[in-house]
Design a protein around this ligand. Structure first.
Ligand code: F0G
Length: 466
């Protein structure tokens, strides 16, 4: 290539204005929201990096596909378009649409798990964990050791620990009805899993007669990392890599809100006829008839197009470069992040950045509030507010205190990311002044969504230079 700038591989046909608020306005917004960014109105946010889930921009192809939406209750054409696209990529026999990823999880686990069972995974996402625990089963996270060390470089930090997997299955044979691998490993920093790790995990499961499933939300991004980092894949197309990944699995759960490039949708896909029948019966009970599964026909059309767009090389190149680009700036500025950056987000290591804030005062939560207050950037805490509350009501600090800045697909341009970097550099300069927070009111489960907090020492930032 003659030119080295990696451009956004699209042009913009429709725009949505974003309007800055003043710092004083954001201060009021924060107070009114009980110092919880989930309770801040989107209009009061300048750059919204809360999640990459369902927040992407659809293409003109997807929008025009939606006009073909067949809204028949049963047997609509849109289902067959959707099914063909999913089959082309995964080659699974049964394709069951759901309204989003967690619905696929709930239906699968309701059909396969009993109380006392164990599900090994590299790292369960919080809804996956929630749905396993809802069945009174144990969600066991077994990433490789490097996956728990923010600063240690490893090309496939999302890999599952194969020795632990083998050990858990051998020791608890009757109690492991399936094992899973999440690609990419969201809760572990959006880190990829190698093809050889997926293949070996699958071999271990199959040796013991246990089905192996992928949580496939970011399968396209994972395919790109394999292409770039694993021997033997450089000349393969992302779709071929994805097909090989799925070939090792017996099924997958999928939130199409990520690499399906849509605002809503998901699916469960699997090979086992009996299990599929059980899942479809549950689907009818709570989601809808198996040819729409809680989605409109036009949603199925948008997924059918989006899944293949997510595998486009130019798109993936730009997509992964975005995280890398922001990561390079932050590394240069000495802001501690999970390295190397993952696919869909940058994760700031708040424990290292703010060592003066004890975990009991939620350093990552405090940092996410300050990013909003100072620059209008919304991120999400993945730390002790999210994970610290144990099922028995006790508090246990989480292993890492992270702030995730997740990137909606095809929404923000390079100047938006330059702005985000500037905000982070500024906040890094005033980091010694940042103070912790405490929880004032909290629900018993998934408390991060609705808890109310307040500054633990009267203010978020002490003697701030405005
Ligand atoms: N699995 C993973 C790895 C996820 O990241 C998510 C969602 C889900 C399952 C559940 O899918 O939201 O469609 O029900 N992650 C979003 C996030 C919410 O912000 O990372 P869903």
């Amino acid at each position: 290539m003659k030119f080295k700038t990696i451009i956004e591989p699209f042009r913009i046909k429709s725009v949505e204005p974003i309007r800055p608020r003043t710092r004083a306005e954001r201060e009021v917004a924060l107070k009114n929201a009980g110092y919880n960014l989930f309770s801040v109105r989107a209009d009061d946010v300048l750059i919204d990096l809360l999640t990459d889930s369902g927040t992407g921009a659809m293409s003109s192809q997807q929008w025009s596909g939606m006009m073909k939406g067949d809204e028949s209750y049963a047997g609509g054409n849109s289902f067959y378009h959707f099914e063909a696209a999913v089959k082309k990529i995964t080659n699974f026999k049964h394709i069951i649409p759901t309204h989003q990823g967690r619905a696929a999880e709930r239906i699968l686990f309701r059909s396969i798990l009993e109380s006392g069972d164990i599900v090994p995974n590299n790292t369960h996402f919080d809804t996956t964990r929630g749905n396993v625990e809802y069945r009174q089963a144990t969600a066991l996270d077994i990433p490789i050791a490097e996956g728990r060390q923010p600063q240690t470089y490893h090309p496939f930090k999302g890999n599952i620990d194969l020795n632990s997997l083998e050990y858990i299955i051998t020791e608890n044979k009757e109690r492991v009805p399936l094992a899973m691998v999440t690609v990419t490993n969201n809760s572990g920093g959006g880190q990829p899993v190698s093809m050889s790790n997926i293949r070996q995990a699958s071999e271990i499961c199959h040796k013991h007669g246990i089905p192996f499933f992928l949580d496939a939300c970011r399968f396209a991004e994972n395919s790109w990392f394999i292409k770039m980092r694993e021997d033997g894949y450089r000349d393969k197309q992302p779709i071929e890599i994805a097909q090989e990944m799925f070939s090792y699995a017996d099924g997958c759960t999928m939130s199409a809100k990520k690499d399906g490039m849509v605002n809503i949708g998901g699916f469960l896909a699997l090979n086992d006829d009996k299990l599929a029948e059980k899942c479809r019966n549950l689907l009818i009970l709570t989601e809808g008839f198996p040819t729409y599964g809680g989605l409109a026909g036009y949603d199925l059309e948008a997924i059918a197009v989006g899944l293949l767009e997510a595998l486009d090389e130019h798109y993936l190149h730009y997509r992964i470069r975005t995280a890398e680009y922001l990561g390079e700036i932050l590394n240069r500025e000495g802001i501690p992040i999970i390295n190397p950056p993952g696919g869909h987000a940058i994760y700031i290591d708040a424990k290292t950045m703010l060592p003066h804030i004890p975990q009991s005062e939620y350093p990552a939560w405090a940092l996410s509030l300050v990013l909003y207050l100072e620059g209008g950037v919304r991120s999400v805490e993945i730390g002790s507010v999210m994970f610290g509350l144990q099922p028995d009501g006790t508090e246990k600090p989480s292993e890492m205190e992270l702030v995730r800045l997740a990137f909606p697909r095809r929404v923000y341009t390079q100047s938006h990311f330059d702005y985000v970097a500037e905000v982070l550099v500024h906040v890094n300069k005033i980091k010694e002044h940042i103070r912790g927070v405490r929880i004032v009111k909290s629900p018993d489960v998934l408390r991060h969504f609705s808890a109310r907090l307040e500054p633990a020492h009267g203010h978020l930032i002490k003697s701030i230079v405005k």
